[in-house]
Design a protein around this ligand. Structure first.
Ligand code: ADP
Ligand code: MG
Ligand code: MG
Length: 252
């Protein structure tokens, strides 16, 4: 589903990704862990097609296509979803309206008919039920006055409605108390499916107590320096990231 090979990328003229290789199959959950500044968010942003990154080498295949050739909205329409580390607030824009517009924009690009408000509401109700959410978030402005936990829950809800094939969650766990964290994890677990893959970008191991990844990677200094099973996350928790530094070859 996602095949990244030897990806090099620069931000503001500085090389941040330095030969990153990653292979994700449908249905898999991959955790990307690593120290601050390693390039984790850069990876997510590049996959979503955000501005400001220059790819200098390497390739990204997604669903049999060259992902890097696609515009951000084409990527979204093709099923790539990036949840924000810091979700934006759009005061005055109704959450439900916003989400229907986003979904219809994607459907249009896929050549599917747009949904009217009744059809959309049906989907919304289904997803609320799957995620065990009540509908109070829907009637408010997009993230307007949402608590940290509500924003994250809303992200998971947005993801449920948009039904991505590749969901990238960047530090969705940051700043959450344990109940909110469990809530987010339950949402992700409810949305796991054989044809949907997840990239869980996280600094901390604790999210992985609730979402069991298939593969754990350590991203350090712009590369995947170690990959393993869930036990690798526990090892990181116990020993921190310092030992990883030995594996990062210094730049010439
Ligand atoms: P992580 O998510 O692993 O903490 P990031 O991908 O956010 O790391 O950042 C990797 C490095 O790239 C950091 O040194 C950061 O300062 C730098 N960086 C990221 N975005 C920008 C930007 N827009 N302009 C300049 N430097 C950036
Ligand atoms: Mg960071
Ligand atoms: Mg980050």
């Amino acid at each position: 589903m996602l095949k990244i090979e030897n990806l090099h990328a620069t931000v503001a003229g500085r090389e941040i990704l330095k030969g990153l290789t990653l292979d994700v199959k449908p249905g898999e959950v991959h955790a990307i862990m690593g120290p601050n500044g390693a390039g984790k968010s850069t990876l997510g942003n590049i996959l979503a097609g955000r501005d400001g990154y220059e790819i200098t080498e390497g390739s990204v295949q997604y669903d049999g296509r060259d992902l890097l050739e696609l515009e951000p909205e084409e990527r979204a329409a093709a099923g790539v979803f990036l949840a924000f580390q810091y979700p934006v607030e759009i005061p005055g824009v109704n959450n439900t309206y916003f989400l229907r517009s986003a979904l219809n924009a994607q459907r249009k690009l896929r050549g599917e008919p747009e949904l009217d408000s009744m059809q959309f509401l049906k989907i919304v109700r289904e997803k609320l039920a799957v995620l065990h959410l009540d509908d109070q978030l829907l009637h408010r402005g997009v993230n307007e006055g949402f608590s940290g936990g509500e924003k994250k829950r809303n992200e998971i809800f947005q993801m449920a409605v948009l039904e991505p094939k590749l969901a990238i969650l960047d530090e969705t766990d940051s700043g959450l108390d344990i109940d909110a964290l469990k809530n987010v994890a339950e949402g992700v677990n409810a949305l796991r499916s054989p044809d949907r893959a997840f990239l869980l970008i996280t600094h901390y191991q604790r999210l992985l107590d609730y979402i069991k990844p298939d593969v754990v990677h350590v991203l350090a200094d712009g590369r995947i320096v170690e990959s393993g099973g869930p036990e690798l996350a526990l090892e990181l928790e116990a020993h921190g990231y310092a030992w990883i530094k030995d594996r990062v070859t210094p730049e010439a």
